[in-house]
Design a protein around this ligand. Structure first.
Ligand SMILES: [Cu+2]
Length: 132
């Protein structure tokens, strides 16, 4: 009985230690660091901007390079709110996204400046900032 209790305590302490080690290791993961990872990936001469759509747009601001072919990749996942109806008036874009899925919208090359996008009601917004 006494030995069992000791064993239980030791196993419990070890498990707690492993959990703490795991948790303290997480924030140093660069991909999960808030605000540090970019949502813009450049591959084969074009840049892909990934935007999560669900009750708004995340991130709200994306920074891209002007003059580089650009694709906006909207990710929906059970997004039944109006943010799934994307409007980018500056580019003449109006698109209804599926409730769940990946939708690429090719927008060509941007000039230096900021493009505004919104949901169909103008309630949620995002912007694409093109820099030289
Ligand atoms: Cu809306």
């Amino acid at each position: 009985m006494n030995t069992n209790l000791k064993t239980t305590l030791i196993i419990g302490a070890l498990a707690l230690g492993i959990v703490l080690l795991f948790r303290s290791g997480s924030p140093s993961n660069p991909e999960s660091g808030a605000g540090t990872a970019s949502n813009v990936v450049t591959a084969a001469g074009q840049q892909i901007v990934t935007i999560d759509v669900n009750g708004g747009y995340s991130p709200q601001r994306s920074t891209v390079k002007a003059g580089v072919p650009t694709t906006l990749r909207f990710i929906t996942d059970g997004s039944y709110d109006c943010s799934s109806a994307v409007r980018i008036p500056d580019l003449g874009i109006s698109k209804n996204l599926p409730a769940t899925g990946t939708t690429d919208i090719t927008i060509g090359t941007l000039a230096v400046g900021t493009i505004q996008g919104t949901c169909s009601m103008g309630m949620y917004s995002f912007e694409i900032v093109a820099q030289s």
